[in-house]
Design a protein around this ligand. Sequence first.
Ligand code: DQA
Length: 150
Amino acid sequence: MSATILVLNGPNLNLLGTREPSIYGAETLADVEARLAARGRDRGVGIDFRQSNHEGELVTWIQEARDRAAAIIINAGAYTHTSVAIHDALRAAGLPVWEVHVSNVYRRETFRHHSYISGIAEGVIAGFGTRGYDAALDAAVARLAAPPPS
Ligand code: DQA
């Protein structure tokens, strides 16, 4: 069976395409999901793509990923900057994590400069628009094909 990569999206990312398009672009989350599903198929991995506005639901999905997924790509939205619970769940899952932000959070308000996820992520991609998800997927696939020496 092929590996599954869990792609998690936090609050307000369901509004992608209509929310502040000058910052987040015109593509919808459904567009991103379709593109990643096709990219995953090409690369021989399954994509489990989800979005929630609820912190606890994201935590539950991360907990479940332990048994269901080989890696996690996460854009936690505003919870990136606030959620110790998501940080703890990601640590407990013990899976490689890539953090994605559509916008360049470092060019924006200072409250967006701190992330509870970056310190435990394999990589962080910010400011490449929705193409950041594609880059994270390719990084995860490469890492699953050739895990680093322990
Ligand atoms: C975001 C950046 C966050 O600061 C913000 O709260 C979001 C989206 C991004 O993708 O650029 O909701 O994660």
